[in-house]
Design a protein around this ligand. Sequence first.
Ligand code: AHG
Ligand code: MN
Ligand code: MN
Length: 354
Amino acid sequence: MANAVLGPNPIETSDPFAGKIITIERFILEKQKGYPGATGTLTNILYDIALSAKIIASRTTKAGLVEILGSTGRENVQGEVVQKLDEYADRILFKLNDHTGRLAVMASEEHPDILPIPAHYPTGPYVLLFDPLDGSSNIDVNVSIGTIFAIYRRKSLEGRGTLEDCLQQGKDLVAAGYVIYGASTMLVYSTGQGVHGFTLDPSVGEFLLSHPNIEFPAAPKYYSANQGYELYWSEGVRRYTEWLQGKDGNNKKPLSMRYIGSMVADFHRNLLSGGIFYYPGDSKDGAMSQGKLRLVYECAPMAFLAEQAGGAASDGYQNVLDIQPQSLHQRIPFFVGNKDLVAKAEEFLAKYDR
Ligand code: AHG
Ligand code: MN
Ligand code: MN
């Protein structure tokens, strides 16, 4: 992995940042120049998210040491047990963004309804949605977790933002990204000008550009799915998985399987190494479900990043970025990664599940 400070600089010489140590602040500011007329509002939201990420990272790396580990005993809107670190990350993201006058409204996976900007603070032109802690089942076992964020322009014209502001199609995203709290902390984001990754240097507390212009490698290595649920998958998904494994004889390049159980970490690995992550519908609770992942907090932002990195995302039948959300906590079956692997999934589902 490239490290802007220690390692040989991987940035190509045609790149204006070649040979330089670039902080995320400077990079975002440079990128803003590509948008004539930009006011800096979006730039500042991204700064605040980077700052939130540093504060959350300082807690995640101490998770085994401080009282933060373990469950609060309460359940969130999806009936899942809320971890303390989820609450902490949720609060940090809200508190850093509620008073800035840049947002009309927020929404978080941890809350049933939209999060209005408090009445005593001004509102602004953007909308922020987030999954404060992704992969929370991995907190207690020291496995990578993440944060996912999505930014839209508000649709309502004035005042406090509305539910409608939060229910926008992924194709209208202005920016999206994630933070991965792993062996190192990375922030990966896109404003529609490619996907860029920054690694936190904890000794100086700065995110430094380490992965400019990330693209899915052409030759994918991995497929990632919770195959423990295979019994409950549709025929299309089962046959697709056999194809990925080379079992049906038609795929001459079988893939290795890797599954972490934190979508951010599974996506990140596949983004750098090539591959597909999928969480399909299943029938483990009776009727065929819409899977587990939430459209607005998890799938749409990752779909945006995937497309920006030359990949694709689908619910098995259509581009995730085209889906109009109907509710805040709507779930969809999700396939994301290298374009041809996503297309192949659609092919199998169209053939066996329609
Ligand atoms: P969250 O922690 O935000 O609720 O999300 C967990 C999600 C996702 O990160 C991961 O891919 C998936 O749950 C894992 O689910 P399984 O344990 O069913 O595989
Ligand atoms: Mn999640
Ligand atoms: Mn979460």
